[in-house]
Structure formats: C-alpha cells, structure tokens
Design a protein around this ligand. Sequence first.
Ligand code: TAP
Length: 549
Amino acid sequence: MPTVTTKKPTKKAAQKKPAPKSATAKKPAARAHAPARTERISTNPATGEDLGSYPVFTPDEVRAAIARARAAQPRWAAFPLAKRIEFMKRVKRDILNHMGDLAELISKESGKPRVEAHNAEIILICDLIDYFSKEAPKLLADEKLPMPQVAFKTKSTKLFYAPLGVIGIISPWNWPFAIPMSEIIMALICGNTVVLKPAEPTSLCGLRIGELFDRAGVPEGVVEVVSGSGSTTGQALVEGDVDKVVFTGSVEVGRHIMETAAKRLCPAVLELGGKDPMIICEDAYLNAAAEAAVWGAFFNQGQVCASVERVYVHETVYDEFVDLVVEKAGKLRVGNPMDPDVDLGSMINHAQVKTVHAQVQRALKAGARVLTGGEPVEPVKGGAFYSPTVMVDVRQDMEIMQEETFGPVLPIMKFTTDEEAVALANDSRFGLSASVFSKNLKRAELIARQIRTGAVSINDCCYTYGLPQAPWGGEKESGVGRTHSRFGLYEFVSIRSLGTEMLGQVKRPYWYPYSQGTYEMLQKATSLLYSDSPLEGVLRILGSGKNGG
Ligand code: TAP
C-alpha cells in the first residue's frame, strides 16, 4: 500500500477528536442513510471552537452509498435536461437565501476570511449554475456530423452525450464548497449521480452540500455524501463501483488515486498542486503588480493550488518591486476570519503551520532572507496562524522555489531577459497557472504562450478558476483532465456516435464477397477521390496498371 494511505490517518487523527455523545446535538442533517458507526468533531482552526460532529463512513457504508447512487441514476438521467437544470436553480435559490450562514460555516471550518468564503465560493457557484443552466442545453445537444465520404452518403451520423453513471468526487479542504459543488453540478446536469467524499477537516461543509440538494428536492441517492478519512472512506470510494473518479488534492494522493482507479480501468480526473510563477517585466504597472502579488500569494492564507508561489522580477525594477511588496504585506491584518476587518484568517490546522514554517526555515538555512513575516503568530489564542512572509535571496534550485508551499510565503527572484524568465517559470514539475505583468500586451502574450501551464493570465492572477467558461486543469504533475467550461462538462459524459443507414434494403459495396473486381474498383475510386485534382486522378488510374496504383 502506498505511503499516502498509511501517512494520512496519522496526520488527520491528530486533528480530529472522537465526538462525545452529547456533540451529536450539533450534527447537521447528513445524507447518511445508514447509521454511521462513529462520529468525529470538526473544530474551528482559528479558535478551537467545536463546530459539530460528522459521521465516519465505513467502507461498507461507502459501498452502500454507491449502490444507492447507482440505483437512482437511471431515473435521474431520464429527467429532461431542463428539469435537471431546474433542480440546480433551486439549489442556487437556497444558496442565495442562506448565503450568510453558508459563508459563516465555510469561514469557521476552513479558516478563510468570510469575505473570501463569499467571494470565491458562494459567488463562484451561483455564477457556475447560471452559466451551465444557459450553456448545457447547447453543449449537450445532439450534433449531426457532416458526411462528405462518397461511400457513406446514404448514412446520417450524429454524436450524442450519455451520462457515465456514478461519479466519485473527492475534494480538498481549501475550497470546501466551490470545488465539490462545481463537480457535482456538472455531473448532475449531465445525468450522473454522485458520491462525494469531502476533505475531513471540512466535513461539515460537505454535509451541508448534501443538505442543499436534499432541500432542492433532488431524489434520494442522486447526491450521497460520505464523510470520513481519506485512507478509509476515500479509499473505499475509489475502489468502489464508480464510473469515474474526480479528485482534487495533492500530487501524492492523486498519484495513488490514479493507480487505484487504473486497476479497474476506471477513468480519473486529477486536479492537483501547483507552484505558480508570476513574471514582472520592467515595464509593468509596478504598484498594481505588487498589489496582485501580495493578494495572489496570501489570499486564503496561500493555501491555494493556483496561488502565486514564486515571483520573477526584471532586475531593473527588482528593488522597487520588493519594497512595494514588503510595504503592502506588512499592512495585512491576520486574525479571526469572521472579523470583517481581517485580511488573512487561519491556516487549516497546526500541522499545516508547522509544514510551512519548516519549509521557510530550510530556505533560511539555504541562504534565503525573510523581509517580513516568517513565523507563526497567534492573534487568537490557540489558533493556527502564520504571518504573511516575503523572502529574497532565493535561488531556483531551492525547495522554496520548487516545491508547493501551500502557505502565505512569497519568494522573489531577479531575471534579466524574457527568455530567462520563461525558462525559470518552466523549470518546475508543476504547470497549473501563471501570470505575466507588462504594459506591452503583445510582449506579455508572447511570454505567456511559452509557459507550460493550464492557464496563464496577463496583468492579473488567480481568477481563472472563477470563470465557469474557462477550462481549468494542469499540465505536468499539476493534473490530468479539465474542469469547468465545455471541456470540464464533457469529463462527465460518454461521447457516443449514432449512425443510421437510410437505404437499409441495399447491400453495401464494402461487404462480402471480396473480389479482384472490388479491389480494382476501390483503387480507382481512391485515385479519383483523393488526388489533388480530377485530372491527376484520371492520369493516376491510366498509369496505375503496372505498379498496382
Ligand atoms: P490531499 O491531502 O491530497 O486530500 C485531498 C482529498 O483526498 C481529501 O478529501 C482527502 O481526505 C482525500 N484522500 C486522502 N487519501 C486518500 C486515499 N488514499 N484515497 C482516497 N482519498 C484520499 O489534499 P488536501 O490537503 O486536502 O488539499 C491540498 C492540495 O490540494 C494541494 O496540493 C493543492 O494544490 C491541491 N488542490 C488542487 C486544486 C486544483 S483545482 N488543481 C484545488 C485545490 C487544491 P482527508 O481529508 O480525509 O485526508
């Protein structure tokens, strides 16, 4: 068994306490159709507050949830698309009616500022529902294919989209609402049913998602939520009878998911980590670029797959840019994420604070310098906070420039030429997204097109995931497959063709029996049809007797 399965429970076990019997009073209504064996408490990482308990689904219970989803799928797929879309609109109305409560739960369970919970999770999903409600009927409509081939002139062919069946969704804690919701909405619109395993630290958000679909009247079994640990509950989902796995999380676990799914030849979409570069040219609007770098590196406490993890600045503006970034980072307010006047909330847990701090310490040992931040802070007693950190004197071969930090740390380096900037940006095992800053949009685009990432933006950063119309996904070790856009939607369907012969009573020329005559006829037809001109085709036929054409 890969290390991930043995390592994970140890880490999470330290973060989650078993629930005392009385804690179930706070338990949200879960879609736990079978009684779960144990419960655990979810705590607010900023304050240690007990937020309520969630059931831990055993492998048997996961298999039962998959079976319910399988049983519900044909009926769900039989609803007209317009009806499935109407369910999604009901979900959106419920989100709008409860947006305050929802943002509070997301903020309290994940530690992100409530503004971000609203901006990057709730708005994102309302927008995504609107987008796919409008576009899905066009994107999923049957498409008649042109039939230019002479031999097939009497046929008509169309492609159509069939649901895959049951989708297993495994999601991370850093976007506990938007990521699983995106996948569920696209999967359901296509006629699939889903089983969601939310990240354990944000299990209550996962269960709340189940409630949203319940309240929208989605039939039982269409959305199943199985909370629990990755190594047991998540593992059972990947090994279970699902037709596709959609995983968002770390490279390490993603690799293991793909290996497990491959044993059943079950397809998997993997949305994994990143080490996203930002390139600042000497002609950039420097103040705006510094604002972007600070926000891009520190929002959600840097726990963003697409956060700015390394900045390359042209040597002529390096000092000025660094001063601007340090000044802006120094003004950021770290504190309880429910406080509206706070910019950074808490990390997901103390383990993540330790991981980030250890990486910063190793960078210092290797010769880097911290200009601001660089240590855990405690604006709320016992909370898991880390100060926004700016580092210089870093080298490309340092761990801090190569490995995902997943924390509020911004290392900055110089470059001299555009070619060097591109080479530095591409010197990574990751390829999720990138950004380029320059007043010269042509030059910026030239640079942007050379960076090997799934998304690249000019004069802004970290917003592409928020566009339901734009494909999102990584290259290299940042992932396999796409989410959002038509390409993300098509991850949830089997793309099939349906051919119809109009002259069913007539025998086709390519059927049995074969003969020398058929062979020669095919040769002549090939010459006529595929030569550059009819004359060339005729000449080829006339001259083809000896060489076989
Ligand atoms: P992981 O530790 O990889 O966990 C992701 C999910 O996988 C969690 O639900 C986890 O459950 C589950 N899991 C763990 N082991 C499993 C197993 N053996 N079988 C099945 N499921 C298993 O990631 P994370 O710490 O939650 O999230 C951070 C990572 O996600 C970062 O690397 C970040 O870059 C990446 N991420 C990528 C994207 C995109 S769109 N590319 C978006 C967000 C985050 P437990 O929580 O119970 O362990």
